[in-house]
Design a protein around this ligand. Structure first.
Ligand code: SF4
Length: 166
C-alpha cells in the first residue's frame, strides 16, 4: 500500500470546483504529456512530459479528501501515464470517488490494447478520441468535438458501447 501511495504522477495542475469536465463540482487533475498532436489542440503546452511537477498519489488523495469532489483526469492525455493513473483511480475508488478520464485514444483502441484496457475497469466514464477541429462544437457537453464520446464504463460491455447520460 505504501508503495502505491508513493507512486508519482507528472501533474500540470489541479483545479478544484470545476464544472466543465463532468457533472457537479469536480477536482480536475491535468496530467502532463500527450503525443496525439491534434490540430487545434486547446493546450499544446500540455504535450510536454516534463511540464508541471511530480505529485505522489498520497498527495493527490489528501487533496481530494480535503475538498470531497469527484475527480476528472485530463491533460495532456492521462493514458500516457497509464500505470500511475490506474493506481490512482483504484485508490480514489476506495475513497468512494467517481472518476472520469479524458483520452485522445478511442475506446476501441484502449479496449484492444491489453495493457491499456485496465483503465476501463478503474474509471467510471471515459471521454474518448482525439479533438477533431472540423467536428468542433462548443455547444457539446463536457467535450470539444462531436467524434468524442462520454462512455459509461459500467454499462458498456466489450465493444457494445453505452454512452453516459446525465
Ligand atoms: S489529445 Fe487532447 S491534449 Fe492531446 S493533442 Fe489532442 S486535444 Fe491536445
Amino acid at each position: 500500500m505504501k508503495e502505491t501511495l508513493d507512486i508519482k504522477l507528472r501533474v500540470l495542475d489541479i483545479i478544484d470546483g470545476t464544472i466543465v469536465d463532468g457533472p457537479g463540482l469536480r477536482t480536475s487533475i491535468y496530467l502532463a504529456g500527450c503525443r496525439h498532436a491534434c490540430p487545434g489542440c486547446h493546450n499544446p503546452q500540455s504535450w510536454d512530459f516534463n511540464a508541471g511537477k511530480d505529485v505522489t498519489i498520497s498527495e493527490i488523495l489528501d487533496h481530494v479528501e480535503d475538498n470531497g469532489f469527484n475527480v476528472t483526469l485530463s491533460g495532456g492525455d492521462p493514458l500516457f501515464q497509464l500505470d500511475a493513473v490506474t493506481a490512482l483511480c483504484n485508490e480514489l475508488h476506495k475513497m468512494g470517488m467517481t472518476i472520469r478520464v479524458y483520452t485522445g485514444f478511442t475506446y476501441e483502441h484502449v479496449f484492444n490494447d491489453k495493457k491499456m484496457s485496465k483503465i476501463l475497469s478503474a474509471a467510471d466514464v471515459l471521454v474518448d478520441g482525439p479533438f477533431i477541429e472540423s467536428e468542433c462544437d462548443t455547444s457539446l457537453l463536457f467535450r470539444g468535438s462531436s467524434n468524442q464520446r462520454l462512455i459509461d464504463l459500467h454499462k458498456t460491455t466489450g465493444l457494445d458501447i453505452v454512452e453516459w447520460e446525465d
